[in-house]
Every structure is written in structure tokens, then in C-alpha cells.
Design a binder for this molecule. Structure first.
Ligand code: FAD
Length: 304
């Protein structure tokens, strides 16, 4: 581990909460559901779609997972009542995936039932490699139960190019991203350009299969290459969207995507657990901390 990363890990223990709070505020809409809904409403008015993600701490028991399930149902009610263009993203571990697969399914199926009421879409985020297989399995089960759902593939994983075949089912909808966790070189590419190349190869395979794809990245080179790919494949605008995390300073690029007629979705986290969540993410992958600091210093005061 590099010196800077060690410093990051050490400093999260002593950094005052308000400092972490100021930095997290760049990314997190706020504590309450209303904060998330308001931010997405604002984004909608500028032509962007939204995904709301309720931030959660690691869960250790059934009761916590049930509370999170209920919060996601409230979120879906809130989105419908607000009449906004917004779907949801959730982490299956927050619904109990690491505790018990059946518990996770019981919770997920309740959220899917609620999504069905409003015909909304549910994205299952991809987490670290210890749950890749389980997540794909849960997604497969979920798709058979309610088709408006999908998961995420990470371009840094060696297995991803083959996992596309597993997810190639009717009404498939895949988000592709580089991958946010620290994984070993036995299972994941470490080289920056290799990950980009694999991202493009996977995106091309997904398009060849005619699957709806969420292209999640802030990497300008990659966005440019994806635009070339879309052009070359003549991929229809109703088969893809670009996705970005709210707070990452690439507003100009996203504005130009919108003005060129591409669909763009902002991923907006909210919730009272922002502090524990931010600390956990920084410890999981100190590189994120470096990006966060960059975003913090280079952002204008008025965030989207
Ligand atoms: P990079 O090369 O890492 O970044 C490109 C540029 O953007 C750099 O200048 C960098 O500094 C800046 N940047 C990138 N991220 C940040 C940030 N957080 N703050 C400030 N600046 C930043 N990962 C998963 O493992 N599972 C998921 O389910 C998942 N869902 C995602 C959903 C969305 C909508 C997005 C955008 C990302 C998601 N990710 C997920 C994270 C993803 O895997 C990458 O870790 C992250 O997007 C950084 O990769 P990049 O493609 O932006 O390229």
C-alpha cells in the first residue's frame, strides 16, 4: 500500500466529523428522503434522470435489513408521489445477502413488489468480489419475478466478459462501470488502460446482444470512446444511457451529452448513514478519497 493510502487510512480515524461531512456533502444529497427527491427534481428540470440510493451501514441482523427494505419501499412511494424521473439503486448486502440468501430474497421481493406498483426500475449495485456470484444469482431470480430490474458489471473483473452471457435474458438491463473495490490481481485487472479496454470490449459485447446499457463513468477518454462505439454500432438512444455520480465535477461534459441528445442519469446517494458510509468507502478504497478531495476542491459552490 502506498504512503498516501496509508495516510488516508490513518487520517479517517482522527478527522473531525464536520470535515468528513463537508466533503461527503459534495456527493450526498442530504440526510432525508426529501433531500434526495428535491435534488433529483432539480436535475430533472435540467434534462437529467436520477437514481436514488439510500446509504447504509453494514448490516448485522435481520431487523436492520427489514428496516432498510421498508426505507426502500418509502423511497419508491416518495418517487411516485413526487412524480419525478427517477429509479432506485440498492446494495443486496444491505438487504441481508451476507447473512442469509433467503433473507435477502424475502426483503428484495418486497421491494420489487413495491416497484411493480409504480412500474419503476430497481438496480442492484455490484459490491466486492465475495458477493459477485451471489449478486448475479439474486439478479437472475429477481428478473424472473419482476423484469424491470438489473445489476452491474465491473470492467476490472476478469470474469465480466463471460458474465454478460449470464445476464443476457429478456429485458436485460446492465450497468457497466470500472469497479470501485480493491480486488486481487488473480481476479481483476490492475492496469488503468487495460480496465478501460475491457470496459469497451464489454460495452461492445453488450451492444452486440442488443441489451440496454447504463454506461457509468466519469473518464473523459472512455466517454469519447463510448460515443464512437455508439456511432459505429448505430446503437439507438433508447438502448443506452450515460450515468455519473452526483458531485463528480464533470458537469460540462454531461451538459454536452444532454444537448447532443444522449440520455444521462445522475446517481444520487442520500440518508442519515452518510458518515459511516463515507468512512467505510474511504477505508475500502483509499483511491476514492483522492478523487473525493479533488472533487471537493475543484467543485463550484452550487452543486447539482
Ligand atoms: P476514473 O478514471 O476513476 O475517473 C475518471 C475521472 O473522474 C478522474 O478524474 C477521477 O478523479 C474522477 N472521479 C472518478 N470517481 C470520482 C469520485 N467518486 N469523486 C470525484 N472524482 C471522481 N462501482 C462498483 O463497484 N459497483 C457499482 O455498482 C457501481 N455503481 C456505479 C454507478 C455509477 C452511476 C457510477 C458513475 C459509478 C459506479 N461505480 C460502481 C464506481 C465505478 O466502478 C468507479 O469506481 C468510478 O466510477 C470511477 O471510475 P471512472 O470510470 O469514473 O474512471
Amino acid at each position: 500500500m502506498g504512503l498516501l493510502n496509508s495516510l488516508v487510512l490513518g487520517s479517517t480515524k482522527i478527522m473531525p466529523k464536520f470535515v468528513i461531512g463537508r466533503i461527503a456533502a459534495v456527493y450526498v444529497a442530504g440526510n432525508k428522503l426529501r433531500d434526495g427527491l428535491d435534488l433529483v427534481q432539480k436535475l430533472n428540470s435540467k434534462g437529467f434522470s436520477g437514481t436514488l440510493d439510500l446509504l447504509g451501514e453494514e448490516v448485522t441482523n435481520r431487523r436492520q435489513t427489514n428496516r432498510i427494505r421498508d426505507s426502500y419501499c418509502e423511497l419508491l412511494d416518495g418517487i411516485a408521489n413526487a412524480g419525478i424521473d427517477c429509479n432506485i439503486s440498492l446494495k443486496l448486502t444491505a438487504l441481508g445477502l451476507k447473512i442469509n440468501e433467503d433473507l435477502c430474497w424475502d426483503n428484495l421481493s418486497v421491494v420489487l413488489d413495491k416497484a411493480r406498483e409504480y412500474e419503476n426500475f430497481v438496480r442492484m449495485d455490484m459490491e466486492d468480489a465475495s458477493v459477485t456470484e451471489l449478486t448475479l444469482r439474486m439478479c437472475d431470480r429477481a428478473k424472473k419475478y419482476y423484469s424491470k430490474c438489473g445489476t452491474v458489471l465491473q470492467a476490472y473483473m476478469h470474469r465480466t466478459i463471460n458474465d454478460i452471457d449470464i445476464l443476457d435474458v429478456p429485458h436485460s438491463n446492465i450497468r457497466i462501470c470500472k469497479g470501485a473495490y480493491k480486488e486481487s490481481e488473480n481476479i481483476a485487472y490492475q492496469d488503468y488502460q487495460k480496465i478501460r479496454d475491457n470496459y469497451l470490449e464489454c460495452a461492445e459485447k453488450i451492444m452486440d446482444k442488443g441489451i440496454y446499457v447504463g454506461l457509468a463513468t466519469h473518464d473523459d477518454w472512455l466517454i469519447e470512446s463510448l460515443l464512437d462505439l455508439i456511432k459505429r454500432k448505430k446503437y439507438k438512444p433508447n438502448k443506452y444511457e450515460f450515468q455519473a455520480l452526483s458531485g463528480v465535477p464533470i458537469d460540462k461534459r454531461l451538459d454536452s451529452l444532454i444537448s447532443e441528445g444522449h440520455k444521462v442519469r445522475y446517481y444520487v446517494p442520500y440518508g442519515p448513514e452518510w458518515y459511516a458510509y463515507s468512512i467505510r468507502r474511504m477505508r475500502e478504497n483509499p483511491d476514492i478519497w483522492k478523487d473525493t478531495m479533488k472533487a471537493f476542491f475543484f467543485r463550484t459552490k452550487h452543486r447539482r
